[in-house]
Design a protein around this ligand. Structure first.
Ligand code: DC
Length: 228
């Protein structure tokens, strides 16, 4: 198993999927689970900052998350929500929702079950998030904390937004990157931080292929399975 943590804008999702494909392993995007709960909260008309109501919504939401690196997929109460959870409303609501203790307890339990199942049946899984190496799977044989400078992450975001036809400026992206970093690393429950024994990989100067290669080297150095 590979635990891949780090902030947004590092290319973490793309890197995690490519790594899983190269290793013939499963893939779990834990951020998509927090996003799906945030969508359930919005659909229920609940204030994302209301911990009691958010917890109730989370208890009643039926989430099914796929683990194929090619097409992970996620459903909420039977609806395919893979596209909707990437929208701006969900991106805003997910910070307070993911800071809710009960939501984290529920999702961490579900994540551990998915990981155990993948390890039993397939033999390998790459799991991406913020607290995988620290909380979800402290026993993971390889933990990577992927970072890049705030400027590099903001520039990547602006490029993505522009390519997708959304208006974007580097200044606004930088402000947003800093806001989310601060929120994710200062929350009381499971703040984002590197595990003591995580390998920190800074990809400010690396492209996606270079980052995947760096991680594949680490997998090999640890003697983890490479294929099959
Ligand atoms: O990686 P992402 O942007 O899809 O994550 C969405 C939000 O969920 C982000 O605000 C951080 C939070 N998150 C978390 O708290 N713990 C995780 N394991 C994964 C994501």
């Amino acid at each position: 198993m590979v635990a891949l943590d780090g902030p947004a804008g590092t290319g973490k999702s793309t890197v995690a999927k490519r790594l899983a494909t190269a290793l013939d392993a499963r893939y779990l995007d834990t951020g998509s689970m927090y996003r799906a709960v945030a969508l359930a909260v919005l659909r229920a008309g609940v204030d994302p900052a209301d911990e009691v109501k958010v917890s109730e919504v989370a208890d009643n939401a039926v989430l099914v998350v796929g683990t194929s690196p090619e097409k992970p997929g996620i459903t909420l109460d039977g609806d395919d929500v893979a596209a909707e959870i990437r929208g701006p409303e969900v991106s805003l609501a997910v910070s307070p929702v993911s800071a809710t203790r009960h939501v984290r307890e529920l999702l961490v339990a579900q994540q551990r079950a998915i990981i155990a199942d993948a390890l039993d049946h397939v033999g390998g899984i790459v799991v991406e998030g913020r607290d995988i190496g620290t909380v979800v799977s402290p026993e993971a044989p390889l933990k990577v904390f992927l970072t890049a400078s705030a400027d590099a992450r903001a520039a990547r975001r602006t490029k993505q937004d522009t390519a997708a036809g959304r208006q974007s400026t580097v200044d606004a992206a930088l402000a947003d990157v800093r806001r989310r970093d601060k929120y994710d690393s200062s929350r009381a429950v499971s703040p984002m931080k590197a595990a003591d024994d995580a390998v920190e990989v800074d990809n400010t100067e690396l492209d996606l292929a270079g980052t995947v290669d760096a991680l594949l080297d680490l997998v090999q150095q640890r003697g983890l399975r490479v294929t099959g």
